[in-house]
Ligand binder design. Structure first.
Ligand code: GLY
Ligand code: MN
Ligand code: MN
Length: 435
C-alpha cells in the first residue's frame, strides 16, 4: 500500500468530518501472553487503515483545516536503550518523514497536548468503548476543557461515532486493497491444494495447520487472518474448533478453515475432504448438497442484489436437499419458515471480508438489507454439521461436518471468486488426492 493511499483515506475522512472537528484514533495495545512474553503484535485495523503505522503506544489525531497541522501522530520517542532491547521505533522524525504526519509528539505528552487540541473543536469523532484506558483519559480531558470554559473557551459539544464513517470507507475496497486480497486468497488457495495432496490417515490435525502456516509464510504472507480450524470427523461439527489436536482417521472427512493475511488483509477459505482420498456415499451426498448450495449462493452475488439473497438461496437449496435425503420431513416452504434447517446449518452464509476476517460495514441500511456494490468483498460459506449422537438421525449421517467457503469480490458485472484456485467438486478433490 502506498503512502499516497493512506493520505487519500485521511483526506476522505476529514472531508466527511467537516470543520471544527477532531478525530482520535488509537493504536491497539500490546498484550501480555505470560510474564515477559507478548502476543505477536497486530495493529488495530482502523488505526492501520488511516496511518499505515504499526507501532503500539500511538494515537492518530485528525483536525481538518487546522493551519499548524491537520494530521498529528503521537508515538513513542526514540530511546536507544529501549530500542536495543525491544526493536526500532520511528520516533517523531520518522512519523513525519515516512508516515506523512504533519506533526508528531511523544506518546507520553498526550495528556498535556490533547486537551488543548480539544478546546478548539466542536465535534469529537471517536470510537467509544473500544479502549477503556483512552475512554477514561478522554473523559478527564473533557473535564479539563469544561473547567477551562469559564475562561472563554467553548470546547467540544458533540461526540460522533467515528467507526460508522471509517467502516463505511473500509467496506468499499480500492484497487490496491483488492490486489492484496487477491494475493492473500491465492496463497491460501495454493496451501489448501497442497494440504489435500499431503493429507493421509494417522496425521495430526495440527500438522495440517503447521503445513498451512509454513506454506503461506514461506510465500510471504505476513501472518494468519485467524487461527486455523482443522477438524477431523466429528470435530468438523464444531464451528470454531481450534484445538486441532486429534488424529485424522481413515474414513472420516476433515474440515479445514484457514486463511493467511498480507499486510493486514485477510483471506478466509474452507474446504472439506476425505482423509483417505475417497468420499463415502453419505459423505458424498451431503457434500454434494453443500456444494450445490454454495454455487447457487455465489451466483446471487452481483451488484443490485441484497446482502441476504445468497443466504436465502443457500437455505432453500439446503432445506430441499435435506428433505430429499430424509433428514428433514415436511414441506420445504414450511420448514424454511420455521428454520428447521438450523438443526444442521446454524450459521449465516457469509460475512464481509477485508482487513478483519469478519470485516466491518453495516449489513442493513435504514432497516433494509444492504445492496451489493462493486468493490465489496464477502465470503460464501454454507455448511452442514451432524455431530455423533444427533437424535432422530440415522448413524450413517453422523460425525460429518462440511463447510465450503470462498472469498467473493463484487464486480461491475457480477462477481469474481478470489479463492477459485482450490478445487471443490468431489471428482476434482479425489483426483488431486490420488495423483
Ligand atoms: N474463519 C471464520 C469464518 O469463516 O467465519
Ligand atoms: Mn468466513
Ligand atoms: Mn472461514
Amino acid at each position: 500500500m502506498t503512502a499516497a493511499e493512506f493520505k487519500r483515506r485521511r483526506k476522505q475522512l476529514m472531508r466527511m468530518m467537516g470543520k471544527n472537528a477532531i478525530a482520535i484514533i488509537p493504536a491497539a495495545p500490546e498484550r501480555i501472553r505470560n510474564r515477559d512474553v507478548h502476543y505477536t503484535y497486530r495493529p488495530d485495523s482502523d488505526f492501520f487503515y488511516i496511518t499505515g503505522f504499526s507501532e503500539p503506544e500511538s494515537v492518530a489525531v485528525l483536525i481538518p483545516g487546522r493551519k499548524a497541522a491537520e494530521y498529528i501522530l503521537f508515538c513513542r520517542q526514540h530511546d536507544p536503550k529501549r530500542e536495543q532491547w525491544e526493536g526500532r521505533r520511528a520516533g517523531q522524525e520518522g512519523a513525519v518523514r515516512d508516515f506523512g504526519a504533519d506533526d508528531s509528539f511523544p506518546f507520553s505528552d498526550l495528556d498535556e497536548i490533547l486537551p488543548r487540541m480539544l478546546e478548539q473543536c466542536e465535534r469529537i469523532f471517536y470510537a467509544m468503548g473500544c479502549d477503556s484506558r483512552l475512554d477514561r483519559q478522554m473523559s478527564e480531558w473533557i473535564g479539563k476543557v469544561r473547567a477551562n470554559s469559564r475562561s472563554g473557551l467553548q470546547g467540544p459539544l458533540e461526540f460522533v461515532a467515528l467507526d460508522h464513517y471509517l467502516h463505511d470507507m473500509r467496506l468499499y475496497k480500492s484497487r490496491s486493497e483488492i490486489a492484496l486480497m487477491r494475493r492473500a486468497a491465492k496463497l491460501s488457495a495454493q496451501a489448501h491444494i497442497n494440504l489435500m495432496k499431503k493429507c493421509c490417515p494417522g496425521m495430526l490435525e495440527y500438522q495440517l495447520q503447521a503445513q498451512f502456516e509454513y506454506e503461506t509464510r514461506v510465500k510471504k504472507a505476513t501472518g494468519q487472518a485467524y487461527p486455523a480450524i482443522v477438524g477431523g470427523g466429528n470435530n468438523g461439527c464444531i464451528l470454531h474448533y481450534i484445538e486441532n489436536r486429534d488424529e485424522l482417521r481413515d474414513g472420516d472427512l476433515v474440515l479445514i478453515d484457514a486463511g493467511c493475511e498480507i499486510d493486514c488483509y485477510a483471506s478466509d477459505i474452507s474446504r472439506t475432504w476425505p482423509v483417505n482420498g475417497k468420499f463415502s456415499e453419505p459423505q458424498r451426498q451431503l457434500y454434494g448438497l453443500v456444494l450445490k448450495a454454495q454455487l447457487a449462493a455465489i451466483a446471487k452475488v452481483k451488484p443490485g442484489n441484497k446482502w441476504h439473497l445468497p443466504h436465502q438461496t443457500a437455505i432453500r437449496v439446503i432445506t430441499r436437499g435435506l428433505v430429499e435425503l430424509g433428514l428433514l420431513k415436511g414441506q420445504a416452504t414450511a420448514l424454511i419458515k420455521k428454520k428447521a434447517y438450523e438443526k444442521f446449518y446454524m450459521h449465516k452464509t457469509g460475512h464481509w471480508l477485508g482487513m478483519d476476517v469478519h470485516d466491518v460495514g453495516d449489513y442493513k441500511v435504514d432497516g433494509e438489507w444492504r445492496i451489493l456494490e462493486p468493490g465489496m468483498v464477502l465470503t460464501v460459506e454454507p455448511g452442514l454439521y451432524i455431530p455423533r449422537g444427533t437424535k432422530g438421525v440415522h448413524k450413517r449421517w453422523q460425525g460429518i461436518g462440511i463447510r465450503i467457503e470462498d472469498d467473493v469480490l463484487v464486480t461491475k458485472d457480477g462477481h469474481d471468486v478470489l479463492s477459485k484456485d482450490v478445487p471443490k467438486t468431489p471428482h476434482e478433490i479425489e483426483a488431486l488426492m490420488n495423483k
